[in-house]
Design a binder for this molecule. Structure first.
Ligand SMILES: *[C@@H]1O[C@H](CO)[C@@H](O)[C@H](O)[C@H]1NC(C)=O
Ligand SMILES: *[C@@H]1O[C@H](CO)[C@@H](O)[C@H](O)[C@H]1NC(C)=O
Ligand SMILES: *[C@@H]1O[C@H](CO)[C@@H](O)[C@H](O)[C@H]1NC(C)=O
Ligand SMILES: *[C@@H]1O[C@H](CO)[C@@H](O)[C@H](O)[C@H]1NC(C)=O
Ligand SMILES: *[C@@H]1O[C@H](CO)[C@@H](O)[C@H](O)[C@H]1NC(C)=O
Ligand SMILES: *[C@@H]1O[C@H](CO)[C@@H](O)[C@H](O)[C@H]1NC(C)=O
Ligand SMILES: *[C@@H]1O[C@H](CO)[C@@H](O)[C@H](O)[C@H]1NC(C)=O
Ligand SMILES: *[C@@H]1O[C@H](CO)[C@@H](O)[C@H](O)[C@H]1NC(C)=O
Ligand SMILES: *[C@@H]1O[C@H](CO)[C@@H](O)[C@H](O)[C@H]1NC(C)=O
Ligand SMILES: *[C@@H]1O[C@H](CO)[C@@H](O)[C@H](O)[C@H]1NC(C)=O
Length: 529
């Protein structure tokens, strides 16, 4: 699961698919999927099946027979026969559907009564070595040369020269994407991803009704799906909700509304749990917060050189701030974040070098430019200059967050300079009467999908309810809540919605390093009949 691809890998060169392979298969609007055990088993604890489905490359050109093959995955319900399939999208766009399904399956099975098959797929554009792979450069070397200033990451507040450089680099990025992807770039995008999902749904040969659980970007996909096909909605959960209007129409000024609450939660949680937080010294949470901001400001002017044979890297304000913000998604990693920050504050260069060389050499999975490729092709807003009012409004809104405001400028500005439109862009208003009401879930403080966005989306979906999970981090999955899991199970099995205003506590202790699922899953399983 990732919403923002901060760390494109430095080491993994991704081969580009040589050319667009226009399939000549007959037009398969629906077919059937042959499931077989996945060849390379992941290390998950549940069995997984793999299959594929040929779908139209371009849903808008009914006379074309060009096709695209989707990889599809399934974890069968523990209790068979199942009640049907629940589709999952793990965000990004570009999260690895197969690895994430494998990783999250135990908790998802438990939170759905073990009565549904779980289905995911590799959304078009996101898979490597496919004809629609979203990669804008021939090699990572080309990427480094093209994006000299902002690779791997530059924050907009790193210096007063940074915003101009980000705009210039983003222009180069978008120009490269246009020339590299100009034959294929239009065929990616969320509307086609929705149609792919509906093609899989048809091919499953069930009741033809959509059961879906999307997190993060998966809520943009889900909001689009239920707006395009309201009559197909059986049960849909949107969890970690993106404001769908902002996703399509502006530069997401609302997205970081709660980010600073999460960072304060980290600092206060630290001083309240001194045995699990090395940063807890004789100071208050507020003082710790100011100390970290002061350190970041100092790092702006005194970046740290890390040399290694044959190269080196500079650990600077942008990199550290990005690391901190990124870790706000995952509260179970906070003890480790505290240890890393302690290495910085105490000047332990060995530890800093170890951290970043490990971090940056972890190969990214999936197509490297899937996130901007899909998000920016979806966006109806485009800017022609840095002064564009929508862009300025977006950045100003985001800059209200001190911890995250300037971190992800690159993605936002890349969308402003992007010049490819998805062949089909969803242009509706997200006001729909769905066949059955949908359930939205938002954490009290989520660094990138604030609670207000869940309420915003809910306002357009008639009869929908927002369940608030009283926790930090990105999406409800990241820390377990028996209360939320019982609610999701009752919804999928019986269609029961929680009472409006329901707030669920969590069953994980801050700074324990645990997500809490290890305790919640057995309870859920014991309640099954
Ligand atoms: C698909 O389209 C190509 C190009 O138009 C054509 O040559 C081919 O015969 C078509 N195949 C089928 C099965 O319709
Ligand atoms: C599975 O686990 C083995 C042993 O721990 C490890 O060597 C291997 O890389 C893992 N495979 C995957 C796909 O994670
Ligand atoms: C799709 O699945 C079928 C049946 O398992 C298999 O024979 C075929 O090679 C797969 N095609 C692709 C493109 O993966
Ligand atoms: C993609 O193709 C390249 C070149 O054939 C191969 O080395 C690589 O392993 C493939 N990657 C995946 C994820 O299939
Ligand atoms: C697409 O990109 C190729 C390679 O840069 C270029 O030759 C071609 O003119 C471009 N086509 C369009 C329509 O931009
Ligand atoms: C902790 O800070 C308080 C207030 O600044 C001070 O009175 C106290 O002596 C300090 N204790 C230690 C162990 O440093
Ligand atoms: C610095 O970090 C290294 C590697 O994590 C660790 O082994 C060492 O004890 C640390 N040094 C100090 C003074 O904390
Ligand atoms: C940007 O920098 C200015 C000046 O140092 C500071 O006042 C502001 O809080 C910073 N904003 C963000 C989002 O970093
Ligand atoms: C939802 O967000 C959009 C975009 O910011 C805004 O125009 C709209 O008024 C909001 N709707 C509600 C009900 O808050
Ligand atoms: C579904 O409803 C039935 C009948 O009211 C009830 O017995 C069962 O416990 C409910 N299941 C869940 C998961 O809420």
């Amino acid at each position: 699961m990732r919403l923002i691809n901060f760390f494109p890998t430095l080491l993994l060169a991704v081969e580009r698919a040589s050319s667009l392979e226009l399939g000549h298969a007959h037009r398969a609007r629906s077919g059937s999927i042959q499931w077989s055990p996945c060849l390379a088993e992941l290390n998950g604890t549940v069995p997984m099946q793999c299959g594929n489905l040929s779908v139209p490359l371009d849903y808008t050109r009914t006379l074309s027979n060009a096709s695209f093959v989707l990889d599809v995955f399934r974890t069968p319900a523990t209790k068979q026969p199942s009640r049907g399939s629940i589709f999952l999208n793990f965000g990004g766009p570009g999260a690895d559907g197969r690895a994430d399904l494998s990783a999250f399956a135990p908790q998802l099975l438990a939170a759905t009564g073990s009565e549904f098959d779980l289905v995911s797929w590799v959304p078009r554009g996101t898979g490597v070595n496919t004809s629609l792979e979203l990669t804008c450069f021939g090699s990572d070397l080309e990427r480094v040369f093209a994006l000299a200033y902002t690779f791997p990451i530059t924050s907009g507040n790193a210096s007063n020269a940074a915003p101009g450089a980000i705009w210039a680099d983003s222009t180069i990025f978008s120009d490269n994407c246009l020339s590299t992807l100009n034959r294929t770039g239009g065929f990616v995008g969320t509307a086609f991803a929705v149609r792919d999902m509906m093609s899989i749904l048809d091919a499953l040969g069930e009741d033809g009704m959509l059961r879906y659980w999307g997190i993060s970007y998966g809520t943009a996909l889900g909001s689009t799906a239920i707006s395009m096909f309201p009559e197909k909605v059986d049960k849909v959960i949107l969890d970690g909700v993106v404001n769908p209007h902002e996703y399509y129409h502006n530069y997401e000024p609302e997205s970081l509304t709660d980010a600073d609450k999460v960072f304060s939660g980290f600092c206060h949680g630290c001083v309240n749990n001194p045995t699990n937080c090395v940063l807890a010294r004789n100071q208050t949470g507020d003082e710790l917060e100011e100390e970290i901001y002061a350190y970041l400001e100092d790092l702006k002017f005194n970046p740290i050189p890390i040399s290694y044979p044959g190269g080196g890297m500079v650990v600077d304000y942008s990199l550290l701030k990005t690391t901190i913000y990124n870790r706000m998604y995952y509260p179970f990693l906070w003890p480790l974040l505290a240890a890393d920050l302690n290495s910085f504050i105490t000047g332990n260069l060995t530890a800093i070098a170890e951290f970043y060389t490990t971090f940056l050499s972890t190969p990214a999975t999936g197509a490297p430019d899937a996130l901007p490729g899909i998000k920016c092709s979806d966006k109806i807003a485009r800017a022609t200059s840095r002064e564009d009012p929508l862009l300025v409004e977006g950045l100003q809104g985001r800059y209200k967050s001190r911890i995250g405001g300037d971190v992800a400028d690159t993605t936002i500005v890349r969308c402003a300079t992007w010049r490819m439109d998805a062949v089909e862009q969803y242009t509706g208003d997200f006001h729909v009467q769905t066949k059955n009401p949908v359930l939205l879930i938002g954490n009290t403080a989520d660094p990138v999908t604030p609670l207000v966005s869940a309420h915003n989306a809910s306002a357009g979906f008639e009869g929908s309810v927002v369940l608030q999970q009283d926790s930090f981090g990105h999406t409800s999955w990241i820390q377990a809540s028996l209360c939320t899991a019982r609610a999701t199970r009752a919804y999928f099995i019986n269609g029961t919605l929680p009472a409006p205003g329901t707030i669920c506590p969590i069953d994980a202790t801050l700074f324990s390093g645990l997500q809490g699922w290890e305790e919640v899953i057995p309870v859920l399983l014991s309640e099954e009949n």
